[in-house]
Design a binder for this molecule. Sequence first.
Ligand SMILES: O=P(O)(O)OC[C@@H](O)[C@@H](O)c1c[nH]c2ccccc12
Length: 259
Amino acid sequence: MDASEEIAPAVRSILAAARERGGGDERVSVDARSLPDAFAAAEADDRVPVIAEVKPTSPTTDGERTDDPVELAEAMVAGGAAALSVLTEPDHFGGSPESLRRIREAVDVPVLRKDFVVREAQLDTVAADVILLIVRFLQEDDTDDLGDLLAAARDRGFQVLVEVHDGDELQQALDAGADIVGVNNRDLAELVVDLDTFERVAPDVPEDVTLLAESGIETTDDVARMRAAGADGLLIGSAIMNGSVAENTSRLTQTETQT
Ligand SMILES: O=P(O)(O)OC[C@@H](O)[C@@H](O)c1c[nH]c2ccccc12
């Protein structure tokens, strides 16, 4: 299938760059920090399990945040983030594998590598606790298969977050054996965010799968809404990156009983 005809030009450009990018020279082997355990620890401490995302810029953001990524990451953890997500995509998100390496060294929480991995060798760019695979981007002839990449990632010790946007993609994720699934509220065809997306897809996710709501979560009301719809954890970028990172994280990880 040629999915590139149905996706936004900005996303097409991201994908084209991803196809060209090389991988690591050596196969990585990770001793991963458990994401489900980190979520359980946050819950036990009365915090909403949030993965806070270090995202210097994006195709839907104005400007770029140039602070030291390690300082941003430490402020997120101080604010109560259960885990971190770090963009490593250099051309469209201002990320770098080196930022992730430094951040993972500086914090104790699990770190997700946010990138557009389409070939096995790209798993070896840098070690992380969790790696992202996006179903939408693994449906074309010149990318590796979701199932093969999932197995290759687990062989290296990674936990794998499989990102979906609708019921059909969810089925592909489950068929491939995904045990951590993220529903992206942002439509990659139009780059529009709609929190209904999570509410639509979540009911079909089995209980034993760790379920994340991704994108467009800005307020404590949004947090409550995604939790009510069944999110085990939330992935939040822009609403944390805009302004004081520690304060934003602290506000968005607060449970209703504390507010
Ligand atoms: O900044 P937001 O709207 O809180 O979104 C965070 C995250 O979900 C988003 O950055 C994202 C979701 N899936 C991705 C895939 C690649 C890069 C980025 C993403």
